[in-house]
Design a protein around this ligand. Structure first.
Ligand code: HAM
Length: 430
């Protein structure tokens, strides 16, 4: 029979890896909370026109990467990114009327039908954040500072910050015209994709990794030459605040980002890792001061970022396996099963994570299982123990063994684990 496999570009996360995911997600949530971001969640499905309007018709995402389908009379798309949905929710719930500044974060899967490779998947996860209502550049600098701190904290080596400004108002249009004028005479030298981009979106030529395009863009005009005085002041303000925060950063005048909604500040953060090849951009973000108004809301400035969690896990290599449980309860013989299950429940009630054997395996097999789970303590209940009203406690780390009175076993085990600093779950409050 033909085995059923996961969809190309999508993958399973099994428990030995999901523990790493949980740690990185928890570290992100903690960092975000320290900076006043609150979690929000949006649906995975949105009306297709939301992304066409915001991400932009002439972008790779909208042109060829969206999972879109018609359902009855609705055109729907699996979200390729989180900003458009967050902005839609901000407008839909009139959030601007409730608070002057909104800081939201989110974690979750996104979908893009890209060519899969290491670090590039068709279902991937982002940790993102958006700030509505603050024109910057203070919050722009603070956001980058938060991200650099987060990446360093989870162990990403060689964090590198790239910044640029895409201007506002008609800057982009003027820059587009200047780029067209530059590339038109070299059209035949460009890649086929970029020959097409010359008509639809010449900024994207700067983003191309094709050596022909890189060559033709070497002496291309830079957007910084086209910034208005206000945009220039905003960008200079961002740079001096980054300096004040001690954040090393490079101005990359070729940075344009692959989404059309940006205005003014744009940035990317990379890590020095060979493991991701060319796709070593870990975080991308920027300002999108026009999106809220374009979605029918008031004129509210905004900035945000998204970090690719799949890539963070590859770049940071978070520490390996943790213990699955703190203790293992080993009943020997049928009569011990009931008392063992009761003991396991009493331990769990005190916040100790426990696996109890329910297979009736041999002591040797049970000890092997306890070891493989990383359990520190094993509580053995055999016929002898039942008769004497005791439990045998085996400390797998200290290699010691002793008998405990059964009615004191829970208290002693809890104390021992606390003293050993073993992983303890929160005690239930009720
Ligand atoms: P983006 O640059 O398209 O920006 O994606 C952000 C990050 O998501 C990338 O730097 C990368 O780490 C990860 N990523 C993107 N595509 C893939 C993929 N196919 N496989 C694995 N990881 C991927 C955005 O999505 C914007 N919404 C960021 C933003 C928020 N701008 C303002 N607010």
């Amino acid at each position: 029979m033909d085995p059923v496999r996961a969809v190309k570009g999508m993958y399973d996360v099994l428990p030995e890896d999901s523990i790493k995911w949980q740690r990185v997600e928890a570290a992100f949530a903690r960092t975000a909370a320290l900076y006043g971001f609150r979690e929000m969640r949006t649906p995975l499905l949105e009306p297709t026109r939301l992304f066409v309007r915001t991400v932009g018709e002439a972008t790779d995402i909208v042109e060829k990467e969206m999972y879109s389908f018609a359902h009855h009379d609705e055109e729907l798309t699996l979200r390729p990114e989180g900003t458009a949905g967050a902005a839609r929710a901000y407008v839909e719930h009139h959030v601007h009327a409730k608070e002057a500044v909104t800081r939201w974060y989110y974690l979750g899967p996104m979908f893009r039908a890209e060519k899969p490779q290491r670090g590039r998947y068709r279902q991937f996860s982002q940790a993102g954040g958006e700030i509505f209502g603050d024109p910057g550049p203070g919050c722009d600098a603070e956001m980058i500072d938060m991200l650099v701190g987060f990446l360093k904290a989870i162990g990403v080596p060689g964090v590198e910050v790239l910044v640029n400004s895409i201007g506002s108002g008609d800057t982009r249009q003027r820059f587009r015209d200047a780029l067209r004028a530059h590339f038109e005479p070299k059209k035949a030298l460009l890649s086929e994709d970029s020959q097409r981009r010359l008509e639809t979106n010449p900024l994207r030529i700067l983003d191309s990794k094709d050596p022909r395009d890189v060559d033709a863009s070497k002496d291309a005009p830079t957007i910084l030459e086209h910034l208005s005085a206000e945009d220039r002041a905003h960008f200079d303000g961002l740079r001096s605040l980054l300096d004040a925060l001690g954040i090393a950063h490079k101005v990359d005048t070729r940075l344009v980002r692959g989404l059309d909604y940006y205005t003014r500040t744009i940035f990317e953060i990379k890590g020095a890792t060979q493991k991701l090849g060319a796709g070593n951009t870990l975080v991308g973000g920027g300002r999108y001061d026009n999106m809220i108004a374009e979605l029918g809301g008031p004129s509210v400035p905004a900035i945000g970022f998204a970090a690719g969690l799949d890539r963070l896990l590859i770049a940071a290599e978070p520490a390996g396996a943790a213990a699955v449980v703190d203790a293992f309860v080993a009943p020997l013989g049928a009569a011990a099963m009931g008392p063992a299950l009761v003991l396991a429940r009493e331990l769990r009630d005190k916040g100790v994570s426990v696996e109890a054997d329910t297979r009736g395996a041999s002591l040797k097999a049970l000890l092997r299982r306890a070891n493989s789970l990383g359990a520190r303590l094993v509580l053995i209940l055999g016929e002898g123990e039942l008769g004497r009203g005791v439990v045998t406690l085996k400390d797998l780390a200290g290699h010691a063994q002793e008998e405990l009175p059964k009615d004191r076993a829970v208290a002693i085990v809890t104390d021992r684990l606390a003293a050993a600093g073993a992983v303890r779950r929160e005690e239930p409050s009720s």
